[in-house]
Write a protein that binds this ligand. Structure first.
Ligand SMILES: [Zn+2]
Length: 257
């Protein structure tokens, strides 16, 4: 059976409180051998660390998400810095810039993002990026700060040129449920053109369910559906893509060092 890695999965989310153990067991039975739990803000860190402390195949990225500026507190950056030594923390994320909502404070997002890039650089940790309509600004920032550790740009929807800048910075790109929708023309074309070494699989559960589970709570159990969409688009065997994308995620998160 294929071994898969869910490189972006909010398993700590309260949406999984009723049946988290069953979902984990079902995902493992479906071949998912690793889970990266991305952080959103101080309120997710404790529950992420708790879960990763119990489950050897769960790993944490801790970070301050750009869409929650109102919920972050002044002391959070300092708290984040203090948690980076924790053995289950493998990255800083999900962090980045999100220009999609028109009312966001772009300056505040930029300051928060840069502060966390500096933390990751100092702690030798990769990044898990959340970026919408701001790929040029994010890659320019990473270049200016000479960020050397790479990571994963999650739910990547960018142009070929923007994607090349991520690859040049040592990043991989995460693809999930949207890949299964026939109308996702840009990302479906993107995964056909990308070198396979650049691709990681993710669900972003409980959000972004694949086509066959539209309207449902998404779950890491559905990761094989993302794999199958990728295999069909690339005309390559799913077993090979499972192996390579798992290896890509583990390398991006420096899990095998
Ligand atoms: Zn997420």
């Amino acid at each position: 059976m294929a071994t898969l890695f869910d490189s972006h999965c909010h398993l700590d989310d309260p949406a999984f409180d009723p049946d988290r153990d069953q979902i984990l067991a079902a995902a493992r039975a479906a071949g998912v051998s690793g889970f990266l739990l991305p952080g959103v803000g101080h309120w997710t860190w404790g529950r992420q660390l708790h879960l990763a402390g119990k489950e050897a195949d769960c790993f944490c990225a801790l970070g301050l998400h750009p869409l929650f500026l109102d919920r972050h507190r002044s002391e959070d950056l300092e708290r984040l810095a203090a948690l980076l030594d924790h053995p289950n923390v493998v990255a800083i994320g999900e962090i980045g810039l999100d220009y999609y909502p028109p009312e966001v404070d772009r300056q505040a997002q930029q300051a928060l993002f840069e502060a966390q890039v500096r933390l990751a650089k100092a702690a030798d940790l990769p990044l898990v990026l959340h970026v919408r309509r701001a790929h040029d600004q994010v890659t320019a920032t990473l270049r200016r700060l000479r960020f050397p550790h790479g990571g994963i740009c999650h739910a990547c929807n960018a142009s070929r040129q923007q994607v090349q800048r991520y690859l040049d910075l040592g990043f991989r790109l995460g693809f999930g449920g949207p890949l299964t929708y026939p109308r996702s023309h840009r990302i479906r074309a993107l995964v056909q053109a990308l070198p396979v070494e650049a691709i990681c699989l993710e669900t972003d559960a409980p959000d972004l369910p694949p086509l066959n589970h539209r309207g449902e709570r998404n779950s890491p159990v559905y990761l094989p559906e993302v794999l199958n969409a990728l295999a069909e688009l690339r005309g390559e065997p799913p077993e090979r893509l499972a192996e390579i994308t798992t290896c890509n995620a583990r390398q991006a998160l420096k899990l095998d060092l």
